[in-house]
Write a protein that binds this ligand. Structure first.
Ligand code: CDP
Ligand code: CDP
Length: 225
């Protein structure tokens, strides 16, 4: 039986990375979090004091930047030029600025090339915003995952509280709505559902239910290969 490539796209907080990571474990596939790559270059650009509206400056920096994703017991670890930045790329500062950086067409071109290489390594689950439309347009299974904005903000709120970070629910909800709008309206590969993607609303579903659903769909596709 052949392995397949699974593309998961959708707005912030839909559950993409949680589900993709668990489904990858169950299927013995590689999980690739493409959002972490956009976050890593945003983090480095902020650290280097770049003007985030300058596409040229950011692309130049990106060309000399290494970003590696490595699985570990504590989830996927992100290495930026050899340094573990897995926590640093999740701060509010990076979250508030990442969509601006990700909107630059040349930044996307560079990262999409790297993601295409990662997608060619066999059984893979990749999550992001443009995986089914641009990174793996011929993926064997495409899912567009969503949930209500209230539920997505609630999930982020719970996540933060567990990490000892307190950000008001309304602020998180506003950030999610603003980022979704920015991601959906940008010119360069915006967040849209691929025509051949399955829409999965996870508002009322548990993590386990969604993982099981994707596992079943993947197994059915594997047996068709
Ligand atoms: O986890 P969360 O949904 O907050 O975001 P993420 O997946 O870490 O992605 C952060 C941001 O990176 C998104 O809001 C997009 O602006 C951008 N992104 C993108 O443009 N294309 C991707 N394939 C993945 C992320
Ligand atoms: O990657 P994305 O931004 O789409 O979402 P995530 O970071 O995977 O999920 C955000 C939070 O929602 C995590 O804490 C998950 O545990 C939680 N979640 C949930 O409660 N129910 C689901 N069906 C999916 C995710």
């Amino acid at each position: 039986m052949k392995t397949i490539r699974i593309a998961i796209d959708g707005p912030a907080g839909a559950g993409k990375s949680t589900i993709a990571k668990l489904a990858a474990e169950k299927l013995n596939y590689t999980y690739v979090d493409t959002g972490a790559m956009y976050r890593a270059i945003t983090y480095k650009s902020i650290k280097n004091g770049l003007d985030l509206s300058s596409e040229q400056e950011i692309v130049k920096l990106l060309e000399e930047t290494s970003i590696e994703l490595q699985p570990s017991e504590n989830g996927q670890q992100v290495y930026l030029d050899g340094e573990n930045v897995s926590e640093a790329i999740r701060t509010q500062d990076v979250t508030a600025n990442v969509s601006q950086v990700a909107a630059h067409a040349l930044v996307r071109e560079d990262l999409v090339k790297r993601q295409m290489v990662l997608a060619n390594t066999g059984g893979v689950i990749m999550d992001g915003r443009d995986i089914g439309t641009h990174v793996i347009p011929d993926a064997e299974l495409k899912i567009f995952m969503s949930a209500s904005a209230d539920e997505r903000a609630r999930r982020r709120f719970v996540d933060n509280e567990k990490r000892g970070i307190h950000i008001e629910f309304e602020e998180l909800k506003a950030d999610i709505i603003r980022r979704d709008k920015f991601d959906s309206e940008r010119e360069a590969s915006p967040l849209v559902q691929a025509e051949d993607a399955l829409y999965l609303d996870t508002t009322e579903l548990s993590i386990e239910q969604v993982v099981d659903e994707i596992y079943m769909l993947a197994k059915a596709k594997e047996s068709e290969q």
